[in-house]
Design a protein around this ligand. Structure first.
Ligand SMILES: Cc1cc2nc3c(=O)[nH]c(=O)nc-3n(C[C@H](O)[C@H](O)[C@H](O)COP(=O)(O)OP(=O)(O)OC[C@H]3O[C@@H](n4cnc5c(N)ncnc54)[C@H](O)[C@@H]3O)c2cc1C
Ligand SMILES: NC(=O)c1ccc[n+]([C@@H]2O[C@H](COP(=O)([O-])OP(=O)(O)OC[C@H]3O[C@@H](n4cnc5c(N)ncnc54)[C@H](O)[C@@H]3O)[C@@H](O)[C@H]2O)c1
Length: 477
């Protein structure tokens, strides 16, 4: 039996790592158990490889699209193996930050193995007992396969296995038009694959503003991706020439492919954790149920990151890890508000989002909700880059406070931060108007929206009366 730990963490992804580093920094006795590789999905199979692939795909597309700048466009020769080497190199460069060594330096002990709760105050790792004052479940999520007959037999790729591809599939069908399907579908198309994207919903990225889905569909189609919405696969079979998919909801009844990439959502990694022995309850979707302070039904056990069913993003997992560690070890005072988190879908154009969509805001706040929409046709940065199709869409309450925002633009992710700041502190859009923004940056779009908002306030009847009176007074002197 080992001496008790202040905090025992199950899972060494972003949530577990940040919790371990936070606890280590506080001087706590902390242990982290990881059964695979520290770094988790983000480093090995998620954000890092996908954004590296997207960077390569963007370079290929820039060569094809150079004609609009007066430069002879060329069809790039893509060496897929070399592209994957670039992807692996990016992982290697980031890996040391998440390594067991970095965790040890931060004051956390790392144990390799599979952790399982044996009771409300004890974990077991390969026969070894770890007693804890507090524990954190940070076991993450895994790709979920939809129940399509024959799908499992055609060896579908998922975001876990796609990184092992040695060759670019000639014909790739991507199942699911969420962030993974759209990001990877566009990247594979730009690298030269013939891509079909199948989405069950009526539009791509259904959690975004409808205009964002329309803009994304248009670019994907221009990239040569065949986008089939309101469509599902009813059967998959392997045949001599690859894989045949039977479709429902579309004129096309069958579709042939070399590989299928499934990106239809996630499931929590809760199986085998022994949660029932620890008195930890799951919610109706099978995720670990937590309150706003990330406490589970066992007050000694917290949960963080994807395993809680919160929006599955690295920055959310990291914030969860920090909150859970300090709440457990110090005072349970910090809360997470998932209504205010930002995220970015790294397609081209990027779709950056924070807070409520217009529909969500109207549902909660009724008719007082307003939208300030600024199309990027007159944003000078967009004009000089010949990329004016995007927009900045800000959802406001009756007092002009920002409830949510969506930006569609090549650098939308970089433009979102100050709107995320306003959402976090319940600020008004017009509060940004006096803040000088550098010209001609993409952030000019956000500033233009704020200036338009402030200008409108100047035209309100009371303000008109005041400015009119002032003018008359000055003229009379
Ligand atoms: C293709 C793709 C692209 C993505 N892109 C982005 C992006 O651009 N931006 C963004 O913010 N998010 C992105 N995400 C989401 C992001 O990767 C996840 O939200 C994040 O990694 C979740 O972190 P986590 O710590 O909750 O879980 P994970 O990273 O899954 O870590 C959980 C860890 O727990 C370990 N584990 C599980 N059970 C046990 C056990 N019993 N014992 C010991 N260890 C165990 C696992 O091996 C794993 O290492 C992407 C995801 C994917 C798949
Ligand atoms: N840039 C980022 O931050 C980023 C990138 C990738 C993934 N992620 C995270 O990972 C999570 C998982 O991504 P995801 O795209 O797998 O899941 P998702 O749940 O976000 O999207 C899945 C999509 O598949 C569709 N779908 C479901 N079943 C289907 C079926 N049988 N046929 C066709 N379509 C079907 C859904 O309607 C949905 O649009 C995301 O929600 C996100 O939180 C983030």
């Amino acid at each position: 039996m080992t001496r008790g730990y202040d905090l025992a963490i199950v899972g060494g992804g972003t949530a577990g790592i940040i919790a371990a580093k936070t606890a280590g920094g506080l001087g706590a006795r902390v242990v982290l158990v990881e059964r695979d590789r520290t770094g988790g999905d983000c480093l090995w199979t998620g954000c890092v490889p996908s954004k590296s692939l997207i960077a390569a795909a963007r370079a290929a597309q820039a060569m094809r699209a150079a004609g609009r700048f007066g430069i002879t466009p060329v069809e790039p020769r893509v060496d897929f193996a070399a592209v994957m080497t670039h992807v692996r190199r990016a992982i290697e460069r980031i890996e040391p930050v998440d390594s067991p060594r970095a965790l040890a330096v931060a004051g956390a002990e790392v144990i390799a193995g599979t952790a399982q709760f044996s009771g409300p105050e004890e974990l077991r790792v390969d026969g070894r007992s770890l007693r804890f004052r507090y524990a954190l479940i940070a076991a993450g999520s895994a790709p979920a396969l939809p129940p399509v007959p024959g799908l499992a037999e055609v060896e579908p790729l998922t975001s876990d296995s796609v990184w092992d591809l040695a060759e670019l599939p000639e014909r790739l069908v991507v199942l699911g038009g969420g962030p993974i399907g759209c990001e990877l579908g566009q990247a594979f198309a730009r690298l030269g694959a013939d891509v079909t994207l199948i989405e069950a919903d009526g539009r791509l990225v259904p959690r975004e503003e409808p205009q964002a889905s329309i803009a994304l569909s248009a670019t994907l189609s221009a990239d040569g991706v065949r986008v089939l919405t309101s469509t599902t696969v009813t059967k998959a079979v392997r045949h001599a020439d690859g894989i045949r998919l039977e479709l429902s909801g579309h004129d096309l009844d069958v579709l042939d492919a070399d590989r299928v990439l499934v990106a239809t959502g996630r499931r929590p990694r809760t199986a085998g954790l022994g949660l029932e022995r620890a008195g930890v309850r799951l919610d109706e979707r099978g995720y670990v149920a937590v309150d706003a302070k990330l406490r589970t039904s066992n007050r000694r056990i917290y949960a963080a990151g994807d395993v809680t069913g919160a929006p599955a993003f690295t920055h959310v997992a990291g914030m969860h890890g920090s909150i859970a560690a300090t709440n457990a070890l110090l005072v349970p005072a910090r809360r997470i508000d998932h209504d205010r988190i930002p995220w970015v879908t790294f397609t081209d154009p990027e779709i950056a989002h924070v807070g409520l969509t217009e529909a969500q805001a109207r549902h909660r706040h009724g008719g007082a909700v307003r939208v300030r929409l600024l199309r990027h046709e007159h944003v000078d940065r967009a004009v000089v880059e010949d990329d004016t199709d995007g927009f900045t869409h800000v959802v406001l309450d009756a007092k002009g406070r920002v409830l949510g925002a969506t930006i569609v633009a090549p650098r939308a992710g970089e433009m979102l931060a100050e709107l995320a700041g306003l959402v976090a502190r319940r600020g008004r859009l017009r509060d940004l108007a006096p803040v000088i923004h550098p010209y001609p940056a993409w952030s000019d779009a956000v500033w233009n929206a704020a200036v338009a908002e402030a200008g409108e306030a100047l035209h309100a009847p009371a303000m008109r009366r005041l400015t009119g009176a002032l003018l008359r007074l000055r003229r009379a002197r």
